[in-house]
Design a protein around this ligand. Structure first.
Ligand code: C2E
Ligand code: MG
Ligand code: MG
Ligand code: MG
Length: 285
């Protein structure tokens, strides 16, 4: 309740501050505590190869449930972490936990081929990133090809030269590089083509109306073709329906990630999910 009083005082002395900015301050300080106390979690969402029905890999996603504020979605706390500089600590934490989890899967013979970790643009501009990646792989003993890092188009446009240098260094370590949320930003295809990216993820906004209008399907078909021309694996995000899955497979999409196959889940639930291999029967109903 000290927080509540503090918040009241703050508003008294700064009456012009919006409620939103006020919430932001509370969110930022609670997030700082959560990171320090290691109260964030990672969940993992399966990615399924639509030709073989096999597990292609998983994406690691951060989760935060605060004792006072409740569950806050990453769409809210990641921007706060970026604005306050906490993304460096959060990013280092998620990278480490994802690699430790992969090491455990490898040790127990659980068939998870790759784990993907989201990197914020700020992390990508960090000159320490490449050595940080190398260190985590070394310490956890995870082979580099089992790790994929995801960047977004925003990362590319902010500082292309720096992004290029970092991207090449990451690929030289043997780590996979994935372009997340493709089709939502302002990056040029030339940028996509010149970076050493080996996977492109079609943003989930394309899945809306994917079945109903031919236009969206043609755009997605074009992205798949471009991806394949550039030698990339193409993943569709946000696939929720069987019909979308069938159509995506028909137009050559390689991998599907979405609620249709599975929601993000904790490592233990993923174990069970893999054992039951529900995704195979889901693919061939
Ligand atoms: P993203 O990297 O594009 O991750 C995919 C998001 O789509 C996840 O949201 C996932 O839960 C959601 N999703 C997956 N399948 C479906 C579906 O079929 N339907 C719908 N409606 N949504 C689906 P989530 O977990 O809320 O994360 C949101 C974003 O927050 C992520 O988008 C990513 O950009 C960011 N994020 C999450 N964890 C981290 C992290 O550890 N570090 C950084 N830098 N960003 C993160
Ligand atoms: Mg992602
Ligand atoms: Mg995405
Ligand atoms: Mg994203």
């Amino acid at each position: 309740q000290a927080k509540k009083a503090g918040r009241g005082c703050y508003r008294f002395f700064h009456p012009s501050m919006t409620r939103q900015a006020d919430d932001h301050v509370i969110l930022a300080s609670s997030l700082r505590e959560a990171i320090a106390d290691r109260r964030l979690n990672l969940v993992y969402q399966p990615q399924v190869n639509v030709l073989t029905g096999r597990l292609h890999g998983v994406e690691a996603l951060s989760r935060w449930t605060d004792p006072v504020l409740g569950t806050i979605p990453p769409g809210r706390f990641i921007p706060v972490a970026e604005e306050t500089g906490q993304i460096r600590a959060l990013g280092a934490w998620s990278l480490r936990v994802a690699c430790e989890q992969m090491a455990e899967w490898i040790a127990r013979g659980v068939a998870v081929p790759t784990v993907s970790v989201n990197l914020s643009a700020i992390q990508f501009q960090d000159p320490e990133l490449v050595s940080q990646l190398a260190t985590v792989l070394h310490q956890t003993n995870v082979p580099p090809e089992r790790l994929i890092v995801e960047l977004t188009e925003t990362t590319m446009i902010e500082n292309f030269e720096q992004t290029m240098t970092t991207a090449v260094a990451i690929r030289n370590l043997g780590i996979g590089l994935s372009m997340d949320d493709f089709g939502t930003g302002y990056s040029s295809l030339a940028n996509l083509a010149s970076l050493p990216i080996n996977e492109v993820k079609i943003d989930r906004s394309f899945m809306k109306g994917f079945g109903s209008t031919g236009n969206v399907r043609q755009v997605v078909t074009a992205i798949i073709r471009i991806g394949h021309t550039l030698g990339m694996t193409v993943i569709a995000e946000g696939v929720e329906e069987a019909e979308q899955c069938i159509q995506l497979r028909a137009i050559g999409c390689d991998v599907i990630q979405g609620y249709y196959f599975a929601h993000p889940m904790d490592a233990e639930s993923l174990d069970t999910w893999i054992r039951e291999r529900r995704f195979q029967s889901a693919l061939n109903p």
